[in-house]
Design a protein around this ligand. Structure first.
Ligand SMILES: Cc1ncc(C[n+]2csc(CCOP(=O)(O)OP(=O)(O)O)c2C)c(N)n1
Length: 788
């Protein structure tokens, strides 16, 4: 068989690789003398050596080869790097292909530019050591390992022409998220979606240990990969010329294979089946071409190559070793006298948007097409008076989402994600517009499955989150609905995405992308049959810890507010929106106009439930659907107990409205906050989540000392809905008692109220134990306007 690369091309590609390696080492080590025009001295070396060498030569090698592939086959390709700590390699390559200078004009392709490129790396206020948002062509940071493959799949959905080359670290492959990501191929339709080219970077080691996949037998590794539905192609060695030929030939084979799969699927899209996609196992030494020994210890091909191989420059020999290492790449052959990459080598890179550093898919905002949105008023629940009708909020939302789906089918830019819960979360109306994506065998009992589905259901919160991230990062839109308690599984992925968004906001060429939208339902207060394991509202706390310019938290109290909030979130950009709403039948409070007004402000007095005439005895505040119900029920009790009581009801939809303006852009001005909560009246606050959150948000407010918050306090079990709020002291009787206890003029009544409370609790406990359901006065409670 003829060699894949002619001798001339092989030589040039090898030189290109050496240039990338040279720039990688330069970034890690040098603060001066970038072209080594004078003998290397200690003062040319950075005082702090921060970065990762070991993975980069492999990454650099693959990049050179993908460049050739892109050019020869005119491919539309992006690159996702699992071992994101190989950042200097990507920076080097995007610099060599010219993308870097186009994005950062001060990093010219000259000696000075190269010096700045070196100095900025891992330098205070320079660039981070990882493949960060600052790196052109990147949609994946890779700092936290595990998400490369799932991001790659998210990017490929609905992008039929795109191939996402995804480098997976063999250490990264040990993570749970990565292990399950292989299964994404069961959800990718080759007729409609793009392709992933997974490349397992089997360099054998992590920071300080061997990797599992490098030490199991070749047979076992092959079987594992086949078991996941891929066909492995092995490229291995440590002699560059041979590895060049082998990788080039293998890439030609797999790209032909990918095109064949796609052609077959696209010629008969109605009978498409899941193919066995090719993937590559790339086995080369960690720290390849770096120092073989340092201080007498082996480095190349070992875990010692992971970070900075020569870390100490006490002796002149150490400096010499670095200099020899860098000169082994023969920089004079690579860069001309001015420091510019030689034209005949630079010509190997693709042009324009075909360069992986400039591919618009990796700067998704450039491709963003806003969603066509139905008018959400059309889906509103008719609420003639507060509390006159019941509805399941998420079911109402489901009909709206169905039409969002319908209206954007042609644009193919909206998907709904959920871990097997779309129907359980009562969003199943969407199936009328699109089925659930499924490439496997069908059985008679299956419903709503389709190879063309755009509802993505898999029992992996990691996959739902990662697919959606990849999807929005490449310029599309979506929503992830999840049980509230289990969304914690992806806490860390949310962190990384929020950090990514925060950083991209400071990078002018990163265009805004659609927000990442969560709908948390099946929430803490309605886990009647699931019990304690399913009760955890802590994601609110987690999200609230992130930068205020990135996160938004909404607790719509009813279906119309949920519609208004969801419409807003789907139109928003560059945020993480957290929406929490129940799915059970609940009383509805606001007609659609009132809901929109209420949600626009974020928090407001519900006049129809208040009778304070501007001077309340107490403010009954609430955030969340169940706390709102209990608060309104407490109001009716209080009016019965103390007919002349003056109550103000304040409902909060947008949690961040509670924070000071200085802390969050949604924060109410102090005077507006005081106008709601007063400066000196007791506030009984019923909250969906952990009570400390409300204290944290309001601690700078004038009336903070008067805030008395009830919320989830980690008490739960399998019990009735009302007993759940009782267990956590969020129930109407408790709230009413709190109000009486905190109103100074009612001091005399506190004892009577306390006795009444305990009597009621006794009746409640006996009733639920005996009847297995809540007391009739709880079940049959209704809001009536006479209550005010
Ligand atoms: C989830 C996670 N756990 C731990 C780390 C710390 N860490 C950074 S690099 C690394 C080893 C990575 O090994 P591998 O994926 O094989 O990459 P390579 O050997 O190519 O550098 C570890 C454990 C991390 N970044 N992310």
């Amino acid at each position: 068989m003829p060699a894949a690369l002619s001798p001339d091309l092989l030589e040039k590609m090898d030189a290109y690789w050496r240039a990338a390696n040279y720039l990688t080492v330069g970034q890690i080590y040098l603060q001066d003398n970038p072209l080594l025009e004078t003998p290397l001295k200690l003062e040319h070396i950075k005082p702090r050596l921060l970065g990762h060498w070991g993975t980069t030569t492999g990454l650099n090698f693959i990049y050179v080869h993908l460049n050739r592939l892109i050019k020869e086959h005119d491919l539309n390709m992006i690159y996702v790097i699992g071992p994101g700590h190989g950042g200097p390699g990507l920076v080097a390559h995007t610099y060599l292909e010219g993308s870097y200078t186009e994005r950062f004009s001060n990093i010219e392709r000259s000696r000075n530019g190269m010096l700045r490129l070196f100095r900025q790396f891992s330098w205070p206020y320079g660039i981070p050591s990882h493949v960060a948002p600052e790196t052109p062509g990147s949609i994946h940071e890779g700092g936290e390992l595990g998400y490369s493959l799932v991001h790659a799949y998210g990017a490929a959905f609905d992008n039929p022409d795109l191939i996402v080359a995804c480098i997976i670290g063999d250490g990264e492959a040990e993570t749970g998220a990565l292990a399950t990501s292989w299964h994404s191929n069961k959800f990718l339709n080759p007729a409609r979606d793009g392709a992933i080219l997974p490349i397992l970077h089997l360099n054998g080691f992590k920071i300080a240990n061997p990797t599992v996949l490098a030490r199991i037998s070749r047979h076992e590794l092959t079987e594992l990969i086949r078991g996941y539905g891929y066909e492995p192609h092995f490229v291995e060695g440590d002699v560059p010329a041979m590895v060049h030929q082998c990788l080039a030939a293998t890439l030609d084979t797999v790209v032909t294979e990918i095109h064949k799969i796609q052609d077959t699927a696209r010629s008969s899209p109605n009978t498409v089946e899941r193919p066995r996609w090719p993937m590559i196992v790339f086995q080369t030494p960690k720290g390849w071409t770096g120092p073989k020994f340092v201080d007498g210890k082996p480095v190349e091909g070992t875990w010692r190559a992971h970070q900075v191989p020569i870390a100490d420059f006490k002796n002149p020999e150490d400096i010499k070793q670095l200099e020899d290492w860098m000169k082994s790449y023969r920089p004079r052959e690579l860069f001309d006298e001015s420091g510019k990459f030689r034209d005949e080598l630079a010509a190997l890179a693709p042009r324009g948007h075909r360069r992986m550093g400039m591919n618009p898919h990796a700067n998704g905002g450039e491709l963003l097409v806003p969603l066509a949105m139905p008018h959400f008023y059309d889906y509103a629940v008719r609420v003639s008076a507060p509390g006159s009708v019941e509805a399941e909020s998420t079911r109402v939302l489901g009909v709206f989402l169905r039409d969002v789906m319908k209206l954007n089918l042609a644009n193919r830019n909206f998907r709904l994600f959920g871990p097997d819960e779309t129907a359980s979360n009562r969003l199943d109306a969407v199936y009328e517009a699109s089925g659930k994506e499924w490439m496997e065998r069908l059985e008679d009992v299956d419903i709503n499955l389709s190879v063309n589905g755009r509802v993505m259901e898999v029992l992996s919160e990691h996959l739902c989150e990662g697919w959606l991230e990849g999807y929005v990062l490449t310029g599309r839109h979506g929503l992830f609905s999840c049980y509230e308690a289990f969304v914690h599984i992806i806490d860390s992925m949310f962190n990384q995405h929020a950090k990514w968004l925060k950083t991209t906001k400071t990078i002018p060429w990163r265009k805004p992308i659609a927000s990442l939208n969560y709908l948390l339902t099946s929430h803490v207060w309605r886990q009647d049959h699931n019990g304690f394991s399913h009760q955890d509202p802590g994601f609110i706390d987690h999200v609230a810890s992130k930068k205020s310019d990135v996160v938004r938290i909404y607790l719509p109290p009813d279906a119309n507010c949920l519609l208004s909030v969801a419409d807003h979130c789907l139109r928003s950009r560059n945020y993480v929106n957290l929406i929490i709403a129940g799915k059970q039948p609940e009383w509805q409070w606001l007609d659609i106009e009132s809901a929109v007004r209420h949600c626009t402000v974020g928090a407001g007095i519900w006049q129809w439930a208040s009778n304070d005439a501007g001077d309340p005895d107490v403010v009954m505040a609430c955030a969340g659907d169940v706390p709102t119900l209990e608060t309104l029920a407490a109001v009716t009790l209080l009016r019965e107990y103390i007919p002349d009581i003056r109550i103000r009801v304040v409902n909060v939809v947008d949690l961040m409205a509670l924070q000071s303006q200085t802390e969050h852009p949604h924060g109410l001005e102090d005077q507006d906050f005081d106008a709601l909560f007063t400066r000196d009246k007791p506030v009984i606050f019923a909250f969906h989540g952990y009570p400390r959150m409300i204290h944290w948000l309001t601690y700078r407010r004038h009336n903070h000392d008067n805030f008395h918050v009830r919320g989830y306090k980690e008490e739960g079990t399998t019990t009735t809905p009302f007993d759940m709020v009782v267990l956590n002291n969020l129930d109407r009787y408790q709230l009413a008692l709190d109000a009486i206890s905190r109103i100074p003029r009612l001091r005399e009544q506190k004892q009577t109220a306390t006795d009444r409370y305990w009597n009621t609790m006794e009746r409640h406990k006996l009733y639920v134990s005996e009847h297995g359901e809540d007391m009739p006065q709880v079940q049959n409670w209704r809001w009536t306007s006479q209550a005010v």
